[in-house]
Ligand binder design. Structure first.
Ligand code: ZN
Length: 753
């Protein structure tokens, strides 16, 4: 076998050494290494004792802890929140702190807020409906900022502080030493914004019956994160990039009208004070109902309650440990249902609150979707550690907090709804409940890195949705990001950008990272390697503060895959995937010297006649046509002589040598490197798949060549037949070239026309 192979290949060997000599004549220019596979040492922070090179928290990792004791009052008549809080700040760092920073998120709605000032304005906006027109141009600006009544020390004396927009600096009289605790108090009130007029992640929705639905969050001054990555994370809140928060223990008493139903982060401490005996009994039944939700408040009861207006109040008392935030929802309109979910032997409650306007959709799906989400996310990350997850209906919201979230999805007034409304509702509940895992528990810095919670969450959401309904249209698959990635480069930003500064926020921070992770799992790593690494990341950083480097490093560390090329391309650039078939050459074997062989032999003063009967040549089929007198492999004398010398077993193997030879050149007009997934269709209609790792592009970023030796003639070659790699231009993906219009062309025409 060796000798025969040598003879066939000798011409090729001569050819490549000649090529190498010609190359040397060119003088190389100096350049920096732009190889797409170079390691990310230039991009990632140097590992240290807090964050290891493996992507795990190091032995010196610390994080601050902040505990809150709060009294909150919802003033329904004036739509105001009043509150006071006692804050206990634990300095677990090794640093002395001269000051603390507190987030005053509601100041984004203050009269002097700069948030509206940074948007450009004009009269030509075709999307200006009457409401937004009045709101933007005629109405006085709503004042929803915090009114801070006092900031005091523990002993009641005034505490020096200074407010800069949405951030408040607490000036300490002496630096807070490592390991020390600082206690202080704040009292405040603010006007609650109307979500449908002023927008927002928190606020109220008005109903025609005169009732409101209050979904309340960012309602209290909250400590900023202090760490060894950002120092104080006190980047202003402009309304888009979300939050960075410390974990802590909360004890919160919320006073609302006595006929309201309320849910919040944490465990209810005084059910006997706020629930009827019947409601408590129904809750006990719900705790054992693992198949169907049980009503705590029925629609009939809620419709009765919403007609009244109690002048009395009730105080709901909650405790929550190890949470990074606190939110609540309150209304007399709520229907309330709950069911039990078995998370690895522990019972967790899935709960929903919704007005009758949410039905019939909400009683059918909400609590079941909550339960499915907890189950699916727990499989891919860690067992859901909290006692419950609540989904609250609010017409225009989709927003997450620990154990509670606010979700849209409202049927038409007559109770009918489209598939789209239903899908949107299932999608948003899965997404917002899923946020319990990212970033409520795997507590990344949302203000800096939107993708770390939105991207990871949208990815797991996709898997959970497909589990709830295998035909679910998720919108987060690689093919879904093609219009964005193939679009105008001047409106694209790398994923690794701070959220306030990116164009096309949704595709940038949600879809692209989610589609990328889907691709990593399904195509690049495979579910087994991916899932182990992803679970390792989730468990390492559960109740901690991970950074992008911790994620990138863990995914490689736990899988033994070098993914630097993927992170570098997909997360740090706006390059796109475009891989195609450039050229297919067919070859056949002959004992007649080819023109090419003669040319090369000439350079070495070889006379090919001297090798008659000893050499076999690969000849290119002109226009893909193999001459009718072309021989079968077994017809060659030189081969038969050689075969005769072989033991039987090897001879049989060699007789099976293929008869068809294709040299396929793949081109890569796209900047991203990706695996090449090839589907070959043979003359008898059978198909075969081959996948080449992305590293196939390591020496040539523009084109690579592969040889297929087959028994059957190939009739068709397709690159990425299942749209796994977000290839933006499918028009070059097939051989023979298909005249069919590509999806990308169709999309281009659509947006242009
Ligand atoms: Zn989200």
């Amino acid at each position: 076998m060796e000798k025969f192979k040598y003879l066939v290949l000798s011409i090729a060997i001569i050819s490549s050494s000649v090529f190498a000599q010609e190359q040397e004549k060119e003088k190389p220019q100096g350049h920096t290494d732009q190889n797409k596979f170079r390691q990310m040492k230039d991009l990632l922070a140097t590992p240290n004792e807090s964050r290891t090179a493996s992507g795990a928290p190091g032995y010196a990792y610390t994080q601050q802890k902040v505990d809150y004791v709060m009294n909150i009052m919802l003033d329904e008549a004036n739509n105001r929140i009043y509150g006071d809080e006692k804050i206990t700040y634990h300095n677990n760092s090794k640093d002395y702190l001269e000051y603390l920073w507190v987030q005053l998120d509601q100041n984004m709605r203050a009269k002097d807020s700069k948030t509206p000032d940074i948007d450009s304005e004009n009269f030509n906006n075709p999307f200006n409906g009457p409401v937004s027109f009045i709101n933007d141009n005629l109405k006085e600006r709503f004042d929803g900022g915090f009114n801070i009544e006092y900031v005091k020390n523990e002993d009641g004396s005034n505490l020096s502080h200074s407010i800069n927009q949405t951030m408040m600096r607490i000036n300490l009289s002496k630096p807070l030493a490592p390991g020390d605790v600082f206690k202080f108090q704040i009292k405040w009130w603010y006007n609650i914004n109307d979500i449908n007029v002023d927008g927002g992640r928190s606020g109220l929705e008005r109903f025609p019956d005169g009732n409101n639905n209050y979904t309340i969050a960012q309602f209290y001054p909250r400590l900023c994160v202090y760490d060894n990555v950002e120092g104080w994370q006190n980047m202003q809140f402009w309304g888009r990039s979300e939050f960075a928060l410390e974990f802590g223990d909360f004890e919160v008493k919320i006073t609302v009208p006595a006929d309201h139903v309320l849910e919040a982060t944490g465990e209810l401490q005084n059910p006997k004070d706020v629930l009827t005996k019947e409601q408590q009994k129904r809750f006990d039944i719900a705790k054992k109902s693992f198949k169907d939700p049980v009503f705590i408040v029925t629609q009939e009861e809620a419709e009765q309650t919403e007609k009244g207006r109690s002048t009395k109040t009730k105080t709901w008392h909650f405790k929550a440990n190890q949470v990074r935030d606190f939110a609540f929802a309150s209304s007399r309109k709520y229907i309330w249902d709950a069911m039990a979910v078995d998370i690895n032997g522990r019972t967790v409650m899935a709960i929903s609150l919704y007005p009758k306007e949410g039905n019939p959709l909400w009683e059918e799906h909400s609590t079941r979707v909550v339960a499915n989400t907890l189950e699916e996310y727990s499989k891919l990350t860690f067992d859901y550690p909290y006692s419950k997850a609540v989904s609250v209906h609010s017409e225009r919201q989709g927003m997450e907090y620990p154990m509670i979230c606010f979700n849209f999805g409202r049927p038409n007034p007559d109770g009918t709804y489209s598939e789209r409304t239903k899908r949107g509702m299932i999608g948003v509940i899965t997404h917002e409940v899923g946020h319990n895992f990212f970033p409520m528990i795997v507590n990344s810095d949302e203000r800096q890195w939107t993708w770390m919670d939105e991207g990871l969450n949208s990815f797991v959401e996709t898997l959970a949705e497909l589990d709830y309904d295998p035909n679910f249209i998720t919108g987060n698959l690689p093919k879904d990001i093609v219009p964005y990635m193939g679009g105008d480069q001047s409106y694209l930003s790398p994923i690794m950008s701070q959220g306030d500064y990116v164009y096309q926020f949704g595709p940038n921070a949600y879809t692209k990272p989610a589609a990328g992770l889907y691709m990593l799992r399904q195509t690049i790593m495979g579910p087994e390697l991916f899932d182990y690494a992803f679970r390792t990341y989730s468990q390492r950083w559960m109740f901690k503060h991970p950074t992008p480097a911790d994620f990138f490093r863990t995914m490689e560390d736990a899988s033994a895959m070098d993914l630097d090329w993927f992170w570098r391309g997909w997360f740090y650039t706006t390059d796109y995937t475009d891989i195609g078939v450039k050229e297919v050459k067919q070859y056949y074997l002959t004992d007649k010297p080819t023109e090419n062989a003669k040319k090369i032999a000439g350079r070495y003063n070889m006379n090919l006649d001297d090798y008659k009967g000893q050499l076999i040549y690969y000849a290119e089929a002109v226009d893909g046509i193999v001459p009718s007198d072309a021989k079968e492999v077994s017809d060659f004398e030189v081969l038969n002589n050689y075969l005769a010398m072989l033991p039987d077993s090897e001879r049989e193997a060699l007789k099976k040598a293929p008869n068809h030879f294709y040299e396929v050149t793949f081109e890569k007009p796209g900047g991203l490197v990706m695996p090449i997934i090839v589907e070959l269709t043979y003359e008898d209609g059978t198909k075969e798949r081959k996948t080449y790792p992305a590293q196939i592009w390591r020496y040539n970023d523009k084109e690579v060549t592969k040889v297929f030796k087959t028994d059957k003639a190939i009739t068709n070659i397709v690159v990425d037949p299942d749209l796994e790699t977000a290839d933006v231009d499918m028009s070059n993906n097939s051989w023979p070239k298909q005249e069919k219009e590509s999806q990308f062309d169709k999309f281009k025409k659509k947006i242009q026309g």
